[in-house]
Design a binder for this molecule. Sequence first.
Ligand code: SF4
Ligand code: SF4
Length: 365
Amino acid sequence: MQYKPYGKTGKSISVIGSGGMRFDDPDDIDANAETLLYAYEKGINYFDTAPIYCNDKSEETFGAAIKQMKPGSFYVSTKSGQSDGGKLTESLERSLRRLGVERINFFHIWCVVTLEDWGQRKSGGAVAAALKAKDQGLIEHLCVSSHLQGAQLRDVLGEGYFEGVTVGYSAINFPYRAEGLAAAEEMNLGVVTMNPLGGGVIPQNPELFQSLMQPGDKSVVEAAIRFNISHSAITAALVGFGNKQHVDDAVAAVENFKLYDQQTLTEIKQNIHAHALFKNLCTGCGYCLPCPQGLNIPQLMDAYNFTILHDAHYKTPADRLKLHWNLTPSAAASCTQCRECEKKCTQHLPICERMKEIAELGTGD
Ligand code: SF4
Ligand code: SF4
């Protein structure tokens, strides 16, 4: 296993972290705890869970595994999405109980989606409560997990509350994340990525992502993990292990692997962008913003991507909007078709047409 330093914390974590939301049978706590212990034996020392994952059984599962691990030889990460300070404290206390630990090594203000949402985490007392818990020794390092566009993430990180950040990063959305990752690197923060396989989209569309493959890659999955962890800002990529085979596959991707240099990464990104189908996808770069109507164009366009890509997780683009971004298609209805965004779109996409199509999905929401 390879390890990288997590920002300024003095800790080194495995470049593969164990995610906690994709167990084959979420209800089989014993089998899933065994999978986590198997990952631990393979050198993985970063274990990421959250309340509600896996029918709300993920933290309990991690707790069952952790009690069999040597104290001090692993790090646990969990989260709270509460804005209210009192509720965050309750959530933290429940996580500590379920995980069976005295403190959370990496505690996340969870899933900050917009700057307004970030404002509510502060005004509602969640950030203050987390800082107090840190003073009390219940939290070791305070982090944030976010779906913010790069420039917005830069602003949030610049406020100085966090020692690390967890963000989605993959061969699909890397332009969306570029500035946020650059900011984290400049500030020497830890960066853990989620969804390195694009939430399963990359293995389900291998023909589209062939350009990720480099000599020596056995599969597009291996290539996607290597693409992720080679980024100089990224400390570790989370892989949600369904079973022990998934652990073996992820570990094989990083064992005896020399991280790509900058030039190789640049070439891979150029190759991905050159693919005909990719030209039709919104990369989430955010250059079309701001919209005079306040539409979050990258989030709406991301949902449209799922009319082009095969993804078994979402039945419709509306599902993607709801489950990933907590939006409904009606969010696209206020588009006035002014075409300001289209002039700036790096992919030259017909944004107006797509907004119309997305809004039409909303009939009846
Ligand atoms: S065309 Fe629609 S989405 Fe684009 S900037 Fe104008 S109002 Fe916003
Ligand atoms: S619509 Fe175009 S400019 Fe806007 S985020 Fe998508 S690819 Fe980037």
